[in-house]
Design a protein. Sequence first.
Length: 352
Amino acid sequence: MTRRFRLSRPLLTRLEELGISPDTVFGRAGIPLALIREDRLLVTTEQLFAFWSAVAEISRNPLVGLVLGSEHRVERYDPIAMASISASSFRDAVGRASRYKQLTCPEQIELIGRGRESAIQFRWLLADANAPDVLTDLCFAWVLTLGRRGTGHRLIPLRVEFSRRARHREEYGAHFGCPIQFDAETNALIVSTEDLDRPFLTRNSDLLAMLAPQLDAELATELATQRPEDEVKAILKRLLTGRRPDLKEVARAMGASARTLQRRLAERGVTYQQVLEAARRELGHHYLRHSTLDLSETAYVLGYEDASSFFRAFHQWEGMTPGRWREMHRSPRESQPVTDEAAAQPRSLVPA
């Protein structure tokens, strides 16, 4: 997984077509203008968020993310989008997009099954703040555009869930064609299993046979140069959902044996337990900052047996309770007073 986002030249061209000067955006975002002259536009997660916040501010169009994410001209698709619409189905396209995005950014597309429906979520793996609303809009519009182009149908999500406060409900409803839920737990595009399994009319085995090997080779090279502890941590963040994955499971996800993984970590001077705790710490920070999970639920999703174990671990990390840390690091809009004592009271925890 690369640690920087790659901004595409077609994106800057699209901004200019909408009357938004890339130079002005870079200046407003505090990104060095010299980057525009580089062959590869690489920015950090913080710079990316600042970039999109600047786009939203300068455009004066609250729905600019939907506009930018609904590109229908195939000639402007990058190799990842081309490989995705050449896939066999909407589900296959989402999977390929998630896999190949590891080449261009520290971003993950998650597909979470919930019976007859599934949630498509975008996760920013190195983020210390919430993604700008305009970026979330773009991502949801982009993946839905792929699905609609690929299937030849105007796919209608079951609903769109936004963690933001309600605004422009009618406009969002008109674009997505479904109910819009605000003040949700997370940002998610909810689609039916039936639509996910729709075959793609744009399936192109010949094109995919040319693109996939190249992208897979680049991905293999990227992963080969990646520190093993970073790869393990990224996998753990995907698997830590109310359980504690063991070394064998992580090694299997990496295509290695447990003994090989253990040796690679030892060569770096770290243990699996240390990487697990680092992943829990980073995820814990994310949940405390950006979710409304209470502290017992946070302990559960991080794989702790009970809230007390989480509290002890967190105090070792930060020298304070998780409740106190949340109060200090959440924005005023997000802050909800929660005492550690109240949060530690037993309650039913059901994994999503």
